[in-house]
Design a protein around this ligand. Structure first.
Ligand code: TYD
Ligand code: MG
Length: 458
């Protein structure tokens, strides 16, 4: 049978097609198909001799008869990295580490290599010269006798070096620069990325070497590489944050060896990325002055409780249409909350500009910030500060009701731990006994009740 030498690939999702298509049937994007040369003839296994086509046929077996396998893990010095990986790096696992350029991916990987001197690490960079990496290593400060650097983009050459060095951990920076000899297409193309990742996966499983693959994602997500890879790899880590702020969030979006609810938090300093043990402490301004328009919300990022500060500014709109601008919060959600305040509670905000900011440059998707957002807006509108020591954790419904949120006790404990005196929660949160907590738990059912409680005395 003749082999397909050329094929068309969707640059957005990686869908393959023998002919050009205007619209991708998989992701519905237009004009994304690009012709790439696919030549899979005569390809031996990566560094072993070719095993040929041995027709071993797998037999079905009972689930109870499958031998239990305990994954042995490499525990890192960096507790945040251990946490997001589900308790350390599993031997032979393939981890995709994605993030926008300049966010700190190379820094985190190099730091990990240098801090864990017991593991032999090979850091393969196709992006930076060895001198540049050395300079970064000097900045990071950690030292290791077991960290090797390699400047190479040809996958087959990398395997030759690996055969000699036998590293415990391999870092590829980045997958977009790798090139396999068995394909004619240029580095960074979908077929190259897929081919190289498939080879690295096979290598990781056969040799039980753990592999980190760094992958770039642009702001609008146009480089398809990492998206195509997600289903191939064991674990996907995502590095997020605003480059202009110092905080970085490390999230797990897929993990075959642990939960995807974990979150790691780092601070980018001049000496590299420093894990943040108590994030709530730093995300809240510790000024003693009471300011209007500021509310603290007890949110959850995955399973990690986090107190965030919400700042709102409400002012009379100077020009025609009032502006609604947010950072770190969904503008549509803000508009919805403002409509609820207007319609259900009679606060006149339609002719006002509303600006909302979540401090620290982090993004929050947790619905439990709703109540704090509403209170920050109301506080700015009436220009009365929310009493110090108050925090909030509840969703706001379309009829102005305060709705319950998940894992409320964790949120209450976090506020209590940080010395808050009061937390407003929904009265519909079942099974909460305010007496069980040292902090005062105020259970409310409607926005008006909160408003009266916060501002009535003034
Ligand atoms: P880098 O790891 O090169 O990002 P990526 O590999 O994701 O593209 O990090 C780039 C940024 O990090 C760069 O703008 C400078 C900053 N940085 C620090 O602030 N402190 C440091 O110690 C280091 C090494 C980098
Ligand atoms: Mg980099």
């Amino acid at each position: 049978m003749a082999k397909i030498k050329k094929s068309y690939f969707c640059q957005n999702c990686g869908q393959q097609s023998p002919q050009w298509l205007g619209k991708c049937p998989s992701c519905s994007e237009w004009n994304t198909f690009v012709e790439e040369v696919v030549d899979k003839a005569a390809k031996p296994s990566f560094f072993k001799k070719d095993t040929g086509n041995n027709n071993r046929i797998a037999k079905p077996i009972l689930i109870d008869e499958v031998a239990d396998e305990k994954h042995s893990r490499i525990a890192f010095v960096d507790s945040e990295l251990n946490r997001v990986l589900g308790g350390g790096l599993v031997h032979g696992s393939l981890v995709l580490f994605g993030g926008e350029p300049g966010i700190g991916k190379s820094t985190l990987m190099l730091q990990m290599a240098l801090q864990n001197a017991r593991a032999r690490v090979l850091y393969v960079s196709g992006e930076e010269s060895l001198k540049q990496i050395k300079m970064r290593a000097d900045r990071v400060g950690a030292k290791s006798d077991n960290c090797y650097l390699l400047n190479e983009t040809r996958l087959q050459n990398i395997f030759i070096q690996i055969q000699e060095l036998k590293p415990h951990i391999l870092i590829i920076d980045s997958i977009q620069t790798l090139q396999s000899d068995y394909l004619d297409s240029s580095p960074g193309s979908i077929s190259q990325i897929r081919e190289c990742t498939a080879d690295l996966m096979k290598f990781a499983k056969e040799t039980q070497t753990s592999v980190f693959i760094i992958g770039h994602i642009t702001k609008d997500g146009t480089i398809a590489g990492p998206k195509v890879l997600e289903h191939m790899v064991d674990t996907v880590l995502q590095f997020e944050g605003d480059r202009n702020h110092i905080y970085r969030l490390l999230r797990t979006t897929k993990n075959r060896f642990g939960s995807t609810n974990e979150l790691g938090i780092y601070e980018m300093q001049s000496g590299g990325l420093i894990p943040v043990d108590n994030p709530s402490d730093i995300l809240i301004t510790s000024s003693n002055e009471e300011l209007s328009g500021v509310a603290i919300s007890s949110t959850l990022e995955g399973v990690r409780p986090l107190l965030v500060e919400i700042q709102a500014l409400v002012s009379t709109a100077a020009y025609g249409n009032p502006q609604r601008t947010t950072t770190g919060f969904d503008t549509k959600r803000l508009n919805m909350l403002l409509a609820v305040l207007e319609k259900r509670c009679g606060f006149k905000l339609a002719a006002k500009d509303v600006f909302l900011n979540i401090t620290g440059g982090i993004k929050v998707n947790d619905p439990a910030v709703d109540l704090a957002v509403v209170c920050a807006v109301l506080s700015s509108n009436v220009d009365i500060p929310i009493p110090k020591g108050s925090s909030f954790a509840a969703e706001v419904g379309l009829s102005g009701e305060i709705r319950p949120v998940s894992q409320i006790d964790q949120r209450i404990y976090e506020a209590q731990k940080l010395g808050f005196e009061k937390i407003y929660i929904s009265k519909y949160n079942k099974g909460i006994k305010p007496k069980d907590f040292d902090i005062e738990v105020v259970q409310v059912g409607k926005i008006e009740e909160v408003f009266r409680s916060l501002f009535a005395g003034n």
